[in-house]
Design a protein around this ligand. Sequence first.
Ligand code: ZN
Length: 239
Amino acid sequence: MIQVTIWNEFRHEKTNPVVQEVYPQGLHGQLASFIGEQFSVKTATLDEPEHGLTEDVLSETDVLIWWGHKAHDEVSDEIVARVHQRVLEGMGLIVLHSGHFSKIFKKLMGTSCDLKWREDGQHCRIWNVNPSHPIVEGVGEYIELEQEEMYGEHFDIPAPDELIFVSWFPGGEVFRSGCTYRRGNGKIFYFQPGHETYPSYYDKKVQRVIENGIRWCAPTENNYPTYGHYEAREGANNE
Ligand code: ZN
């Protein structure tokens, strides 16, 4: 069974009554409620020792999900380096919504990961632009969300290995809202929905995409390669 660790900053939920109302068990609690139906789930939050991401937790994690927003700077560089190493070793990473500005996503991308945004309570249409991809299985042509924060281009990311979704907003903006990358042996999926005051993680299609993303990101049976000095497989040096 795929082991998923859901990491949430868990700060808005402690202070903002609107967020408490939408996500009474925290964003991580809502994510765990549907992810846990198909996968083995742990949650971890910023204010736990080592942000809940100890060596043991990470070594047992196949796919890490990341939601952060206002406290990206409080994530310790040591933990970011630890997560980064695990991605290179093959752990999958799903970065949600405002996680675009997290230290770990910026480190993996190598760019500013900046974008345009506007919180105006309007709707959002997330177009499936990669209909044969496993991440969009069961999703159909688009996902319509009644309310979502506008994220607009230019999104300062490297060209995605695969573009999965493009979002449209009533203000006329568009956004590359589903992108995959490979870094080292790990697979990364960025997915836009999930502003903390809107109920996007209750949407069945959004849930389906995250579940598909977990399966896509999970490490395969391939062995981690060896690096560094290597003995010849044939010839005299091997005697
Ligand atoms: Zn937001």
